[in-house]
Design a binder for this molecule. Structure first.
Ligand SMILES: Cc1cc2nc3c(=O)[nH]c(=O)nc-3n(C[C@H](O)[C@H](O)[C@H](O)COP(=O)(O)OP(=O)(O)OC[C@H]3O[C@@H](n4cnc5c(N)ncnc54)[C@H](O)[C@@H]3O)c2cc1C
Length: 1160
C-alpha cells in the first residue's frame, strides 16, 4: 500500500503541528545483506538432471513427472489422477469439501506446459503458466502491439487485476482455472467470448478444441477425456473494428470471488456500426460458464444504437434468467447485472467506435458526457490519512509517559512474529489434539452416534461426549441453559455433540468427520427473526423503556411515518481463532489451562463446574489474544470446557485450535437485529414522538443476549432528544448457534435504527439530513430516556470540529455538482454522531483487581484482571503504573493474566478495562508508595532501587493488591431510574462515498472523525482503536454478510465467502482527530473508554451510500424514504437504484419459492 501518512500532533497552546505519532528516524534502515537468501542447496538441485519424484503419504501418492511423455503415461495409468499445479483449487476441495484424491500428478515443471509463444493468431500459453507470468506476458504484449490487436489481452489483464491476491496468482496456473470449470471462473468467460483454442493431449492423441458453449458439459466438468490433459491455450489477437471487454462484479473489490463475471466481444462490418459477429459469455448465471447465444444471434447485422441496446437488454433478461431458488442467491441482482454490465459494454464500444470511425470519416454519436463514468473501469486509489491529537505539555518527570503516543509494548514482537500466542506454546510430551464433532441439523433428536469408522483412523485415542463429564454438563455464562456436549437433542447446526482426541490435528479432524450421527428431525426449525415472531419464540424478559407521553406526542406531530430496518450479524473474524491447551496436573483434580479468552475467571468457573471440582483447582492463563472483539468473552468457554473434559478423561494434555471454518460454525457472532418504528415529527424535522420495537436474533441459548438487548434499548435515541419515546425489545430464540458479545454490544444496532428513522424524517420533510440531525441533538444537561443526565456533553464540539475538518459545506456543494453531471455514478455525504454509555450494565461486573509485585532489584511485575487482545491494554496499564510509581515503563513488566494472581475478574469487555483495571493498579501502587515513603523521606536524593532495597532489608511487604469498583451505578427498568452508565464517550464522523449505480460497487472517498476520548492515556493506541473500530463498523454496515440456508446451515464459513474490509475499503482520505481539552473526571487520569464507541461512526458511510442512492433514485423520479437494510452490499445498492434495467428483472413473489439463503 502506498499510504501517505500525515500524523500531526496539536500543541495545547497552538494548532501548529508539533510532533509526529512516530519518529521515522528511529526505524532501522533496510540492510540488503540481511535479506533471506534462497537456499543454495535448492539452487544447485535445479541444475541437476530432472528426475521423477514420488511422495508416498498415508492416503495420497504424489508424483512429479519430469517429462511430458512420463506425464501422459502416468495419466493413462491413473486416469482419475488429479493434475495439481498451484493447488489453490484442489487444496480447497481436499480441506473443505472432504474430497480425497489418492493419486496426484504435479506437472508444474514440464517444459511443454510452460511455453509462451506468439503464433500467427495470438499468444499460446502453457497450461502450467502461473497467472502472474500470464499477466507479465500480456502486459508486455499490450505495450508492444497496436491497441486494436490487444483488446482480449487487456480484458484478461482486467480480470487478473481482481483475481484473488498476489500470493494466489503467483502459484495458480491458467490451466487450473480452465480445468476447474468453476461457473464463477474469471477467465473462462473471457476465453469463451474470445473463442480461445485449447490444445489437449493424451498418450496417443493431440487435438485442438475451441472454448465454446459445449466445452463445459456440466457443473465442474469439461469435455476432456479422463486420460487427456490440457497442454496449452491460445489467446487470440483482435483486429480493427473488434472490441472486447471483461467485467467482474463481486461483493468486495479486492480478492473476492465473482457474483457475475463476463467477457463481451463484438466485431463490426468494415467502416460501420453494423454488427458482424458478437459473443457474450457470463459466469455466475448457471452451473457452467455460458454463452448468451440466442441474444447474440438476434443482434447480428444490426446497428449499434439505442434501439439495439433496448433489444439486447430485453433479450438478455429472457436469455439469462435464473430460478428464484438458484444456488448463490442474489437472483434479481445477478439478472440485473447481466444487463447492466452489457450496458457498460455498449457505452464503451459506442465511445471507441465513435472515435475510431471518426478517423475513417464516419460520424457517429459519442457517449453523452454525463454517461461517461459508466465506461470507466473501477480503480482503487491509494489511501492517505491524517491523525490529530493534543500534546501533553512537557513535564519535569520524563518517565511520565501518560498522554504520550507510546508504542504498544508488544508491537515489535507482533511484527516479527516473536509474540507468543496460545498455539505457539511448545507441545507437551504426550500431548493430544482435539477436533469437534458437531450437529448437521438445526433442530433434532440424536438417535445414535456411530464412531466405528472414526476409531479406525490412525492415531485416534478417544471419542469424548456427555457421558465423560465428571461434573455438570450444564453450562452458560449467565444462566446454565446450554450443555457442554449435546446429550439427546441438538438445537443448531454446529451444536457440539462430541470430540475426537488423536495424536495429530489432521487425524482428529478426519476422524471427527467420520463420526456418523443419525437424527430425528424436529419442528419447527426457527432460523430468522421473522420465523421467531411468527412462532412467538422469545426469551424472557421483554424489555421496555418509556418517557413522556408517546400517544400525545403523535397527536401533536405534524406528520407520522413508519419504517423498518434489518441489520445483519457479523463474524468476529479475530486473526487467532479460539484455542485452548488443557494440562491436567495429575493430583487433586488440578487443571492448568492456557486459553485465548477475554474471560479468564469465567473460563475457570465453567471448567471447574464441568469437572466437578472447586474453582481453586483450575488455573486459567492468558498471555495474549490475536483479537477478541467480544467473541472470546463467553463463547470461548464452549471450547475450553470440552478440551478440559477431554484432558481430564484421558489424563494427558489436550490442545485444540479451531480452524476458521470450525470457529465460524460454532461460536456465533453479532446479533442480527430487526426494528420497526413509528415517528412523529414537525414540519422542520423536529422529532416529538417515537415508538420503536427491536428484535434480536439470540440463537439457541441466552448467553449475553439480555444485556445486549438492554444496551440496544439504551442507545435507541443515539444522540437525539426525543421528548416522547417508547422502546421495546425482544430476544428471538432461534435454531442458530448462540449469538454473543461483539464490539458495541447491541449499541450499534440500536443507534443504526435511530439513524434509519432520522434519515426517513429528513427525506420526508425534504430538508438536508445534517440540518434535521442537528436540530434534534441533545444539549448539555438534557436527560436520556433512561433518566440519566448528560454532563460534559461534547457532541456539539465534535460536530463543529468535524464539519471543519471535512470541509463539509464545500464538500456538499461538490457532491451536488457531481451528481448533476453524472447519471451512472453518484456521490453521497453524511454526518453521524454517536454517544456510547460506558459501564457494564450488569452492575457487579464493574469491579477490577490488580496485583503489583516489587522485587528487591526494583523491577516490578504487574498483574491485573484485564486481558491483552492487541488493543494495548497492557501498554496503558504499564503507563498508569509507571506514572503512579514514578518510575520508567522499562522497569515494569506484565507477563500474563491469570486466575491465580487476580481472582474473580470481569471479562475484558464493555470498553471499560482501562478505567477499571487502571484504577485498581493506581490503588495498589498507592499502597506501595505509602510503604516506601519512609525510605524516600530518609533518603530523598536516592533512587527507586535504593528505596526498594531499603524497604526490603527492613522487611516491608513489597507486594500489594489493588481494587476498584465504579461508584453510583445501577438502573431499574421497572422504575426507569438509576444510572446504567458511569459516563458517555462521544464522537462524530462525516463520510463521502461514490456508488456505481449500475453495479452497486462503492468507493469510500473521505471520512473525518472527531472523537472524544477524554484526556488520552495514549493517543497512538486511541487513534488505532478509532481507526480499527471504524473499519470494523465499515465491514458491519457495508460488506460483511453471513448467509444461512432456510434450514439454518451457515454457507459463509471462511474468508472465501465472508468478506471483511480489505485495504481498498479504507477511505481514500481518512482523518482522525481526538477532541482537545476534554478531560473526563470519571476515569483514570481523566481518560475515556475508546474500544467500542468509534465503531458506530462507520454508519456515516452507510448513510452516505443511502444519500447517493437517493440521488440515483431521483433520476428515475423516485423520492422520499426507502428501506435500505444493513449491510449496504453491492446487491442492495444496485437493487435500490431502480431504473429501466432493474424493471426488466422483477423479483419473484416471496412465498412462491424457497430461497437459497434467508435474512436471519
Ligand atoms: C484464495 C483464493 C482466491 C481465488 N480467487 C479466484 C478468483 O478471483 N477468480 C477465479 O476465477 N478463481 C479464483 N480462485 C480459484 C483458483 O485459484 C483458480 O481456479 C486457479 O487458477 C487454479 O489454479 P491452480 O494451478 O491452483 O489449480 P489446481 O488446484 O492445481 O488444479 C485445479 C484443477 O485443474 C486441473 N488441472 C490443472 N492443470 C491441468 C492440466 N494441465 N490438464 C488437466 N487438468 C488440469 C486439476 O486436476 C484440478 O482439477 C481462488 C482460489 C483461492 C484459494
Amino acid at each position: 500500500m502506498t499510504n501517505e501518512h500525515i500524523q500531526e500532533h496539536v500543541n495545547v497552546n497552538s494548532m501548529l503541528p508539533a510532533q509526529k505519532l512516530y519518529d521515522q528516524s528511529e526505524f532501522i534502515p533496510v540492510d540488503p545483506t540481511q535479506e533471506i537468501i534462497f537456499p543454495p542447496e535448492l539452487m544447485s538441485l535445479s541444475k541437476q538432471p530432472q528426475r521423477e519424484l514420488r511422495f508416498v503419504g498415508e492416503r495420497v501418492l504424489w508424483i512429479q513427472p519430469c517429462s511430458l511423455k512420463e506425464l501422459l503415461e502416468l495419466k493413462a495409468t491413473y486416469p482419475n489422477a488429479k493434475l495439481v499445479v498451484g493447488n489453490t483449487e484442489v487444496g480447497i476441495e481436499m480441506k473443505f469439501k472432504n474430497l480425497l484424491y489418492p493419486v496426484i500428478l504435479a506437472p508444474a515443471y514440464i517444459t511443454e506446459l510452460n511455453i509462451i509463444q506468439h503464433t500467427q493468431d495470438g499468444i499460446e500459453v502453457g497450461a502450467s503458466v502461473t497467472l502472474t507470468v500470464l499477466g507479465d506476458v500480456l502486459r508486455a504484449a499490450v505495450k508492444k502491439l497496436p491497441a486494436h490487436q490487444t483488446e482480449v489481452f487487456e480484458a484478461v489483464l482486467e480480470q487478473l487485476h481482481w483475481f484473488a491476491g498476489q500470493q494466489i496468482r503467483n502459484v495458480a496456473a491458467v490451466g487450473g482455472n480452465i480445468m476447474t470449470a468453476s461457473p464463477i471462473s474469471d477467465l473462462n468467460p473471457v476465453f469463451m467470448a474470445a473463442g480461445c483454442k485449447l490444445t489437449v493431449m493424451s498418450k496417443g492423441e493431440k487435438r485442438v478444441l475451441e472454448m465454446d458453449d459445449k466445452f463445459f458439459p456440466g457443473y465442474r466438468k469439461t469435455v476432456l477425456k479422463s486420460e487427456e490433459i490440457l497442454l496449452s491455450i491460445e489467446i487470440p489477437y483482435t483486429r480493427k473494428g473488434q472490441y472486447f471487454s471483461a467485467f467482474k462484479q463481486s461483493t468486495r473489490k479486492e480478492d473476492d470471488i465473482a457474483i457475475v463475471t463476463c467477457g463481451m466481444n463484438v466485431l463490426f462490418k468494415e467502416k460501420s456500426n453494423i454488427v458482424q459477429s458478437i459473443r457474450i459469455s457470463y459466469g455466475g448465471m448457471a452451473p457452467v460458464t455460458v454463452l448468451a447465444t440466442a441474444t447474440c444471434n438476434r443482434l447480428l447485422n444490426r446497428q449499434w444504437n439505442e434501439e439495439f441496446l433496448e433489444q439486447a437488454c430485453t433479450s438478455l433478461a429472457e436469455d439469462m434468467s435464473l430460478s428464484p431458488s438458484a444456488p448463490g442467491g442474489m437472483v434479481t441482482y445477478r439478472r440485473t447485472l447481466t444487463i447492466s454490465l452489457f450496458y457498460k459494454f455498449f457505452l464503451t464500444v459506442q465511445h471507441k467506435l465513435a472515435l475510431d470511425l471518426r478517423m475513417e470519416g464516419v460520424i457517429l454519436e459519442d457517449v453523452r458526457p454525463e454517461y461517461a463514468t459508466a465506461t470507466e473501469l473501477f480503480q482503487l486509489d491509494s489511501p492517505s490519512s491524517v491523525q490529530l491529537y493534543q500534546a501533553v505539555p512537557p513535564r519535569h518527570n520524563s518517565d511520565d509517559v501518560v498522554g504520550h503516543p507510546m508504542m504498544h509494548i508488544s508491537a515489535l514482537k507482533h511484527a516479527t512474529g516473536e509474540a507468543i500466542y496460545c498455539d505457539d506454546i511448545p507441545c507437551y510430551e504426550n500431548e493430544l489434539h482435539l477436533a469437534l464433532v458437531t450437529s448437521t441439523k438445526a433442530h433434532a433428536l440424536i438417535k445414535s452416534i456411530d464412531t466405528s469408522d472414526a476409531m479406525t483412523v490412525p492415531g485416534v485415542v478417544a471419542f469424548i461426549s456427555a457421558k465423560d463429564i465428571p461434573g455438570s454438563n450444564l453450562t452458560g455464562p449467565v444462566i446454565y441453559d446450554e450443555t457442554v456436549f449435546a446429550d439427546d437433542k441438538v438445537t443448531c447446526v454446529g451444536h457440539i455433540v462430541g470430540a475426537i482426541v488423536a495424536d495429530t490435528q489432521g487425524h482428529a479432524q478426519r476422524a471427527a468427520k467420520a463420526v456418523k450421527i443419525s437424527y430425528e428431525e424436529l419442528q419447527p426449525v426457527i432460523v430468522t427473526i421473522q420465523d421467531a415472531i411468527a412462532n412467538k419464540s422469545f426469551y424472557q424478559p421483554v424489555r421496555s423503556i418509556e418517557r413522556g407521553d408517546v400517544a400525545q406526542g403523535f397527536k401533536d406531530s405534524d406528520h407520522i411515518l413508519h419504517g423498518e430496518m434489518h441489520i445483519g450479524g457479523q463474524e468476529h473474524f479475530y486473526l487467532e481463532t479460539n484455542c485452548t491447551l488443557a494440562v491436567p496436573r495429575g493430583e487433586d483434580g488440578e487443571m492448568e489451562l492456557f486459553v485465548s479468552t477475554q474471560a479468564a475467571s469465567k473460563t475457570q468457573a465453567l471448567v471447574a463446574k464441568a469437572l466437578g471440582v472447586p474453582a481453586n483447582r483450575v488455573v486459567c492463563r492468558v498471555k495474549r489474544m490475536g483479537g477478541g472483539f467480544g467473541g472470546k468473552e463467553s463463547r470461548s468457554t464452549i471450547l475450553s470446557t470440552v478440551v478440559a473434559v477431554a484432558a481430564h478423561t484421558i489424563k494427558r494434555p489436550v490442545r485444540c485450535m479451531l480452524d476458521r471454518d470450525e470457529d465460524m460454525l460454532v461460536t456465533g457472532g453479532r446479533h442480527p437485529f430487526f426494528g420497526h418504528y413509528k415517528v412523529g415529527y414537525m414540519n422542520n424535522g423536529r422529532v416529538v414522538a417515537l415508538d420503536v420495537t427491536l428484535y434480536s436474533n439470540a440463537g439457541n441459548s441466552l448467553d449475553l443476549s439480555l444485556s445486549i438487548l438492554e444496551r440496544a434499548l439504551f442507545h435507541m435515541d443515539n444522540c437525539y432528544n426525543i421528548p416522547n419515546i417508547h422502546g421495546t425489545g425482544y430476544m428471538c430464540k432461534t435454531n442458530l448457534p448462540s449469538n454473543s458479545a461483539f464490539r458495541g454490544f447491541g449499541g450499534p444496532q440500536g443507534m443504526m435504527i435511530a439513524e434509519s428513522w432520522m434519515s426517513d424524517v429528513a427525506l420526508s420533510c425534504g430538508r438536508p439530513a445534517e440540518e434535521v440531525r442537528r436540530i434534534n441533538l441533545y444539549k448539555e444537561g438534557d436527560f436520556t430516556p433512561f433518566s440519566q443526565r448528560l454532563d460534559q456533553f461534547t457532541i456539539d464540539r465534535c460536530w463543529e470540529e468535524c464539519m471543519q475538518l471535512s470541509d463539509f459545506n464545500k464538500r456538499k456543494e461538490a457532491v451536488e455538482q457531481y451528481n448533476r453531471q453524472h447519471r451512472w455514478t453518484k456521490r453521497g455525504l453524511s454526518i453521524i454522531p454517536t454517544k456510547f454509555g460506558i459501564s457494564f450494565t450488569a452492575v457487579f461486573l464493574n469491579q477490577a483487581g490488580a496485583l503489583v509485585l516489587v522485587y528487591s532489584d526494583g523491577s516490578v511485575l504487574l498483574t491485573h484482571g484485564g486481558t491483552e487482545m492487541g488493543q494495548g491494554l497492557h501498554t496503558k496499564m504499564v503507563q498508569v503504573a509507571s506514572k503512579t510509581l514514578g518510575i520508567p515503563c522499562s522497569k515494569i513488566h506484565i507477563t500474563e493474566t491469570s486466575t491465580n494472581t487476580v481472582p474473580n475478574t470481569s471479562p475484558t469487555a464493555a470498553s471499560a478495562s482501562s478505567d477499571l483495571n487502571g484504577m485498581a493498579i493506581y490503588n495498589a501502587c498507592q499502597t506501595l508508595l505509602q510503604r516506601l515513603q519512609p525510605y524516600k523521606d530518609k533518603n530523598p536524593k536516592g533512587c527507586w532501587e535504593d528505596w526498594v532495597k531499603a524497604a526490603y532489608f527492613d522487611r516491608v511487604n513489597l507486594s500489594a493488591n489493588g481494587f476498584y469498583k465504579t461508584p453510583d451505578l445501577g438502573y431499574d427498568f421497572d422504575t426507569n431510574s438509576g444510572r446504567p452508565f458511569n459516563y458517555f464517550s462521544y464522537g462524530v464522523a462525516i463520510s463521502e462515498v461514490e456508488i456505481d449505480c449500475l453495479t452497486g460497487s462503492h468507493k469510500n472517498i473521505h471520512t473525518s472523525i472527531v472523537m472524544d476520548v477524554g484526556k488520552s492515556l495514549n493517543p497512538a493506541l486511541d487513534i488505532g482503536q478509532v481507526e480499527g473500530g471504524f473499519m470494523q463498523g465499515l465491514g458491519l454496515f457495508t460488506l460483511e454478510e453471513l448467509r444461512y440456508s432456510p434450514d439454518g446451515y451457515l454457507y459463509t464459513r471462511g474468508p472465501g465467502m465472508y468478506k471483511i474490509p480489505s485495504f481498498g475499503d479504507i477511505p481514500i482520505e481518512l482523518k482522525v482527530s481526538l477532541l482537545r481539552d476534554a478531560p473526563n473526571e470519571k476515569a483514570i487520569f481523566s481518560s475515556k473508554a475508546v474500544g467500542e464507541p468509534p465503531l458506530f461512526l462507520a454508519a456515516s458511510v452507510f448513510y452516505a451510500i443511502k444519500d447517493a442512492i437517493t440521488a440515483a433514485r431521483a433520476e428515475s423520479g423516485l423520492t422520499g424514504p426507502f428501506r435500505l437494510d444493513s449491510p449496504a452490499t453491492p446487491e442492495r445498492i444496485r437493487n435500490a437504484c431502480e431504473d429501466k434495467f432493474t424493471k426488466l428483472c422483477p423479483p419473484a413473489d416471496p412465498g412462491t419459492f424457497t430461497p437459497w439463503a434467508v435474512q436471519v
